[in-house]
Design a protein around this ligand. Structure first.
Ligand SMILES: *[C@@H]1O[C@H](CO)[C@@H](O)[C@H](O)[C@H]1NC(C)=O
Ligand SMILES: *[C@@H]1O[C@H](CO)[C@@H](O)[C@H](O)[C@H]1NC(C)=O
Ligand SMILES: *[C@@H]1O[C@H](CO)[C@@H](O)[C@H](O)[C@H]1NC(C)=O
Ligand SMILES: *[C@@H]1O[C@H](CO)[C@@H](O)[C@H](O)[C@H]1NC(C)=O
Ligand SMILES: *[C@@H]1O[C@H](CO)[C@@H](O)[C@H](O)[C@H]1NC(C)=O
Ligand SMILES: [Cu+2]
Length: 160
């Protein structure tokens, strides 16, 4: 009984430390920097841009397109990415479409307009170690976050 309790408390401390770390270190990157999200000059432009960054949970990327029609399409697999598959979660990009990373993952983005993807408007984003947590691990983390929220709500209640 005592063993189980200390495990739970330990887990909550680790979980809330993780949340706090994420909030402190959060960085917002504009994809492509000054170029924004458009058809690049060379086909490896965005892949190089993304590979030079270290993305972490809590960080955000902003897709910013000021000219032309572009989408930030998230496809599921490397095969779809390599193939420039135009379907997926398609978001039309104007100035400032933001995506915040809430877990480690390898994410594949491309533009679904015309041949933009074939011309290099695509990139691979590695968040953390790039390994998506299993469904079980995500549920556990969500439960821990919910308990942490519950405990801080109780703390606020007692402070008032
Ligand atoms: C692509 O363009 C970027 C920015 O102009 C440059 O840094 C990079 O070296 C280029 N890559 C290739 C393969 O030409
Ligand atoms: C952008 O999309 C609109 C509506 O779909 C179209 O009328 C317009 O010609 C497109 N512009 C470019 C630059 O492709
Ligand atoms: C790749 O694209 C071709 C041509 O559009 C299509 O036939 C094929 O099914 C695609 N493969 C994948 C894995 O998306
Ligand atoms: C989007 O691009 C425009 C033009 O380069 C720039 O003025 C603006 O600050 C950019 N917005 C973001 C969120 O990066
Ligand atoms: C996410 O990746 C980082 C490495 O960049 C690792 O230290 C961390 O434990 C990972 N987080 C999860 C929840 O797997
Ligand atoms: Cu495009």
């Amino acid at each position: 009984m005592a063993g189980r309790l200390s495990f739970t408390v330990g887990f909550l401390i680790v979980a809330s430390a993780g949340l706090r770390h994420g909030a402190c270190a959060a960085t917002t990157y504009t994809v492509g920097d000054d170029l924004g999200w458009t058809v690049p000059k060379n086909s490896s432009y965005y892949e190089e841009w993304a590979s030079q960054k270290t993305f972490q949970i809590g960080d955000s990327i902003v897709f910013n397109s000021t000219t032309g029609n572009h989408t930030a399409t998230e496809v599921d697999t490397r095969e779809e990415y390599d193939n420039c598959t135009k379907m997926g979660i398609i978001v039309k990009v104007g100035a400032g479409v933001q995506k915040t990373f809430d877990r480690n993952a390898t994410l594949y983005y491309l533009c679904s307009e015309g041949t933009h993807c074939e011309q290099g408007q695509k990139m691979i984003v590695k968040v953390g170690d790039g390994i998506a947590p299993s469904f079980a691990a995500r549920s556990l983390a969500a439960a821990a976050a919910a308990s942490a929220l519950f405990f801080s709500t109780v703390a606020i209640y007692f402070l008032n």
